[in-house]
Design a binder for this molecule. Structure first.
Ligand SMILES: Cc1cc2nc3c(=O)[nH]c(=O)nc-3n(C[C@H](O)[C@H](O)[C@H](O)COP(=O)(O)OP(=O)(O)OC[C@H]3O[C@@H](n4cnc5c(N)ncnc54)[C@H](O)[C@@H]3O)c2cc1C
Ligand SMILES: *[C@@H]1O[C@H](CO)[C@@H](O)[C@H](O)[C@H]1NC(C)=O
Ligand SMILES: *[C@@H]1O[C@H](CO)[C@@H](O)[C@H](O)[C@H]1NC(C)=O
Ligand SMILES: *[C@@H]1O[C@H](CO)[C@@H](O)[C@H](O)[C@H]1NC(C)=O
Ligand SMILES: *[C@@H]1O[C@H](CO)[C@@H](O)[C@H](O)[C@H]1NC(C)=O
Ligand SMILES: *[C@@H]1O[C@H](CO)[C@@H](O)[C@H](O)[C@H]1NC(C)=O
Length: 626
């Protein structure tokens, strides 16, 4: 007997749906293969290029063929640098549809090496990094080639957010209240900036294990923030160890920064959410916005009598151009190049400028007060194992926004207050340096000497790292001109570890890290703090205080969080370069907006705070130009 069957309408719909699903899955599968193949090719190119990448020593690539000036036209606003902050400023100002905004950026748009989070070191060893090095140091960075500290800085639409570690971290509420008090402007108070943080952010809580305080986060802003899907014995031990010592789990971007957490990251669907991708890409069709890439600014023209900033000279593809600004010029070239451009334009210390016959238009402490944090990598031996993942399987996950390629090499973070003032001074950071299909090139970026590398690789133990940071070292550095040529790199002198208090603090941090490593949680993974035998320190007893001081001078370097070089403040006679609305003292229609305006070390990383500066300055400007 034949089964007597018929198809009812519901079944019919099901069959048709399944059929189409089946076909579309086939199509998708095909597309994914092509996408994966494309990624694979590009990733391999990025890896190859990073292996033999040589960093620039100056900016001669931008030299124009002649000094004749071609007029580029007039705009309401000119933003110099489409970096972390500049991109936000460009977005904010071009909301005024009747105002023309020109953005001048020396670099290009993002690509695969910046989009794939785990290619972070490949991005740092590419043209996306200016490749600055400090001047030879006397007290620190002694284990690095030429005794020079690494000073990576991003170049391109998105700036340093194209090459950074992607941790999303706002300054401590007390930082803002302190700033508001110092500059006498409540715009910078925590209650005010919290509104901006929430407005600018699109937070997605992608990992339930990560602490999350919803009322401190926004969901409608441009900047995507997600948790990384971290779940391994190492990060578990890191969190548990802190809990054992009495730390609380915390959303470190809430009112309470102190505690331990898995990190929040500037990532969208597994890809880097730099500020070019998040603040410029969605608005690229605004008719009043022009982003001119490969455009290197050489000078801001300020009228010597009226002191009005009128125009900007920049070089593009061999031609020197002048763009005029009707309303304002906003300098967002970052903590090294904003002071450089100001000095080249006649704003700086007389003694710094007269050396190079640059007439002084406004005498200010530009480039002084360079501050940064201090970081030391501590290696922890352990007995956990990471799964072997090859590039193909990693890519299969990546196209679905998952897996190792979507991670940035940072897992856990804690903020600690050794002085019990409810104001953190130490940060620990869990860095897996785990097995991965992408080579880890941190040592190449830091540029250790061969002797140091040999000492560091001795024993070849399996380790992960805790990056221990002094959030507020006392040493002060500077950024000055090397010559009056804009095509020379500036002289960056962090003067690292010049204040002995900074050595003492790092030593304190070692003791603290040791406590973490000695917890039951870390014992379970057989963790020990590895004390590297450095030849340069062999005259000290290993692990003694004298040894560690020597170790710090060899291996410690600034944390890549430079600021303070165009400091905000009340009084230009006391070092302030810009006022509380970021206007340059003694010059009209010129503001600085980037990390260089923060006068003191923040208890955090910097991207979130730079985005904030971009939002706030846009509002300052729009209030007086409408
Ligand atoms: C390796 C590294 C890792 C970091 N990790 C983190 C992290 O995980 N989380 C975090 O919050 N912070 C991190 N930071 C710090 C943070 O990324 C920076 O402090 C921040 O992005 C700086 O933003 P900015 O706007 O001041 O300058 P930038 O983003 O550097 O912008 C300056 C822009 O100006 C352009 N420019 C400069 N000179 C000229 C010129 N003459 N003409 C035209 N254009 C010019 C540059 O190309 C650049 O695009 C990291 C930094 C580094 C280097
Ligand atoms: C870098 O190396 C790759 C091969 O590994 C080669 O194709 C490329 O041309 C090299 N680039 C430079 C600038 O030498
Ligand atoms: C390392 O330092 C040397 C010597 O100063 C320099 O030539 C080289 O470009 C540096 N490399 C990197 C990757 O910074
Ligand atoms: C916020 O991010 C989520 C997840 O990436 C996305 O679906 C949503 O559209 C974003 N919202 C805005 C306003 O961009
Ligand atoms: C723990 O680590 C030590 C070295 O630090 C090693 O000798 C020992 O075998 C390890 N034990 C286990 C159980 O892995
Ligand atoms: C790691 O070491 C700890 C402590 O020595 C031990 O209890 C544990 O079984 C070890 N784990 C593995 C996977 O070897």
């Amino acid at each position: 007997m034949k089964p007597n069957y018929y198809i009812n309408t519901t079944d019919m719909i099901k069959i048709v749906t399944y059929y189409f699903l089946f076909v579309s899955v086939q199509i998708f599968a095909k597309d994914y293969d092509a996408i994966i193949q494309n990624y694979k090719t590009k990733i391999n190119v990025a890896i190859e290029n990073s292996n033999n990448y040589t960093v620039d020593v100056d900016a001669t690539r931008y030299k124009p063929k002649s000094n004749d000036i071609t007029e580029f036209g007039e705009f309401n606003y000119i933003v110099i640098g489409a970096g972390t902050t500049g991109a936000v400023v460009a977005n904010g100002l071009s909301e005024q549809t009747h105002k023309k905004v020109l953005v001048l950026e020396a670099g290009k748009g993002s690509d695969i090496s910046t989009d794939v989070p785990l290619l972070v070191y490949q991005a740092q060893l590419s043209d996306f990094n200016w490749g600055f090095h400090s001047t030879p140091q006397k007290n620190g960075c002694l284990g690095m080639k030429n005794q020079a500290c690494p000073c990576p800085r991003g170049r391109g639409v998105g700036g340093t957010s194209l090459i950074n570690g992607m941790i999303y971290s706002r300054a401590n509420p007390k930082d803002f209240d302190r700033l508001a008090r110092d500059v006498r402007n409540s715009a910078w108070s925590y209650s005010n900036v919290l509104r901006y943080f929430k407005k600018g952010e699109n937070f997605t809580h992608t990992n339930p294990a990560a602490p999350y305080a919803p009322c401190y986060h926004g969901k409608k802003g441009y900047l995507n923030v997600e948790n990384l899907n971290i779940d391994n014995p190492r990060s578990e031990a890191f969190v548990r160890a802190h809990l054992e010592l009495g730390f609380k789990k915390t959303d470190y971007n809430s009112l309470n920064e102190l505690g331990v957490s898995l990190i929040q990251s500037t990532i969208k669907g597994g890809k880097r959410a730099d500020t070019g991708t998040t603040f410029i890409l969605p608005i690229k069709n605004r008719k009043n916005l022009m982003v001119s890439m490969e455009s290197y600014v050489v000078k801001i023209e300020i009228h010597p009598k009226t002191k009005i900033a009128k125009s900007v000279l920049f070089s593009r593809h061999g031609t020197l151009y002048r763009a005029k600004a009707k309303n304002e010029i906003i300098l967002s070239a970052g903590a090294f190049q904003s002071p450089q451009i100001l000095q080249l334009s006649g704003v700086g210390r007389k003694m710094d400028l007269s050396k190079f016959n640059i007439p002084v238009i406004s005498e200010l402490d530009v480039g002084r007060n360079l501050k940064d944090q201090n970081s030391i990598f501590l290696s922890i031996t352990h007995n956990t194992t990471d799964p072997d993942i090859d590039l193909n399987s990693a890519l299969k996950d990546f196209v679905h926004g998952r897996g190792i390629l979507t991670t940035s090499n940072f897992e856990g973070v804690s903020f600690y207050d050794s002085k019990h003032k409810n104001y953190p001074d130490i940060e620990l950071f869990l860095i897996p340096f785990a097995k991965s299909p992408i080579p880890n090139l941190n040592n190449k970026v830091v540029n250790y000497t061969d002797a140091t590398l040999k000492d560091l690789s001795a024993g070849n133990a399996k380790t992960f790292s805790i990056l221990a940071t002094d959030l507020d070292p006392k040493s002060l550095g500077s950024v000055t001109l090397k010559s009056n040529s804009p095509f020379d790199y500036p002289l960056v002198d962090p003067n690292v570890l010049s204040n002995p208090a900074d050595l003492e603090m790092l030593y304190k941090i070692i003791q603290f890290t040791r406590k973490i490593v000695k917890t039951e949680a870390f014992k379970k993974i057989n963790a020990t703090l590895l004390v590297p035998k450095l030849k340069a320190c062999e005259k000290y007893k290993l692990d003694s205080k004298g040894y560690w001081y020597c170790n710090f001078r060899q291996l410690n370097h600034p944390s890549y969080h430079p600021l303070g070089t165009c400091a905000m403040g009340k009084d230009p006679k006391k070092g302030a370069v810009v006022d509380s609305k970021l206007r340059v003292f003694g010059v009209k229609k010129l503001r600085v907006a980037d990390a260089s305006v923060f006068p003191f070390n923040l208890r955090s990383h910097l991207v979130a705070n730079c985005v904030l500066v971009g939002q706030i300055v846009s509002d300052f400007i729009k209030k007086v130009n409408f």
